[in-house]
Design a protein around this ligand. Structure first.
Ligand code: ACO
Length: 332
């Protein structure tokens, strides 16, 4: 049994935070942010909006495109580092909100690689014959763990969610391959020190700002480019393909310089890249499924296209997925 994507969806907060807004909050400038990151604006959740708010809306849109009902789902996986709560999983909350009573539901913690990790798990469950229909979501509200007084990090991130329905198929095409990798030797270059068992909530941990993202930006940058190249090469080699044969490359939307450097090392021309980070910033696990859904709904993906997804994130984690697109434009 093979696996294919039969629907995509995404959901973003309506509140927009521009670089001009950030100029009023920290010592930065639109010029600096655009030249170092490519980001022009990002979406930010307001009071009453949570990771599950965007995850459930993205899921409903993906279900609607695929034409299946929530009761038909066997599996729900959410990649997130900003769940509604440490427990229960946000996936269980979504299962309840959708009425997907027959689905087993769990979260995956793989930072920005979370969506491809989820896709890989869903693909493996389908290939083994264990399940037939899965909902895979990447969803984040990073704005709640960003230190809005730290100009090194607050300019980078945004909120949102993307989703895909993955179904069993007897045809060979669909998800051609997934590769997932971990390298824990650099876990402390990008992490959230507080909220777990090492630094639980206390006056000290709150005063020391341990609940915010902690990042060595320069180091992360270097590792990101190498790891994304490695993950992409694994996908190309597994499918005996050259980069020039790709129809589209959808990298994790971290930073335009990381994306350009990765594409250059792989020899992928700019016109094959899908980029939307200027509008949304880095939405971690949500970035690839939001981009995939936008490309799909904009009619940029044609049946038979070969699409490479490529991610890198805290952990470190990195991952790739090669897709042969199966949706007709009239199904979108
Ligand atoms: N506005 C103005 N100046 C700033 C800002 C800002 N927002 N932030 C930092 N600076 C200053 C620094 O203080 C420093 O000043 P100094 O020279 O006086 O000390 C100067 O700009 C250069 O700082 P660097 O950190 O060297 O700048 P760099 O070119 O490396 O860009 C950045 C920083 C954008 C964070 C970059 O390292 C990066 O993108 N790293 C990857 C991080 C990332 O994407 N993380 C997301 C999670 S992982 C992932 O998704 C792949």
């Amino acid at each position: 049994m093979n696996a294919r994507i039969t629907g995509t969806g995404s959901s973003l907060p309506s509140k927009i935070l521009t670089n001009a807004d950030l100029e009023l909050m920290v010592d930065t400038s639109d010029d600096w942010i655009v030249s170092r990151t490519g980001v022009k604006e990002r979406r930010i959740a307001v009071a009453g909006e949570y990771t599950s708010t965007f995850a459930s809306e993205a899921a409903r849109r993906a279900l609607s495109m695929s034409g299946i009902s929530p009761e038909e789902l066997d599996l729900i996986i959410i990649g997130t580092v900003t769940p509604d709560f440490p427990f229960p999983s946000t996936a269980c909350i979504i299962q309840n909100e959708l009425g997907a009573h027959n689905a087993v539901a769990f979260d995956v913690s793989a930072a920005c690689s979370g969506f491809i990790y989820g896709l890989s798990i869903a693909e493996s469950f389908i290939r083994s014959g264990k399940i037939k229909k899965a909902l895979v979501i990447g969803a984040e509200v990073l704005s709640r763990i960003v230190d809005w007084s730290d100009r090194n990090t607050c300019i980078l991130f945004g909120d949102g969610a993307g989703a895909a329905i993955v179904e069993a198929s007897e045809e060979l095409n669909g998800i051609l391959s997934t590769h997932i990798f971990s390298n824990g030797s650099h876990w402390n270059l990008l992490y959230q020190p507080g909220s777990g068992s090492r630094n639980p909530a206390s006056d000290r941990s709150i005063d020391s700002k341990l609940f915010f993202i902690n990042m060595e930006g320069n180091e992360v940058f270097k590792h990101a480019v190498k790891a994304m190249e490695e993950a992409a090469m694994a996908a190309l080699e597994a499918n005996s393909m050259k980069a020039s044969e790709l129809s589209m490359f959808i990298p994790h939307q971290a930073n335009i310089r990381i994306v350009n450097a990765t594409a250059k090392r792989l020899g992928i021309p700019m016109e094959k890249l899908f980029i939307n980070l200027h509008n949304y910033g880095n939405t971690s696990a949500a970035s690839i499924p939001i981009a995939l859904d936008e490309a799909n709904r904009q009619g940029r993906l044609k049946k038979g296209d070969t699409i490479l997804l490529d991610a890198f994130g805290g952990g470190f984690t990195y991952a790739s997925a090669m897709l042969r697109w199966q949706l007709d434009s009239n199904q979108v």
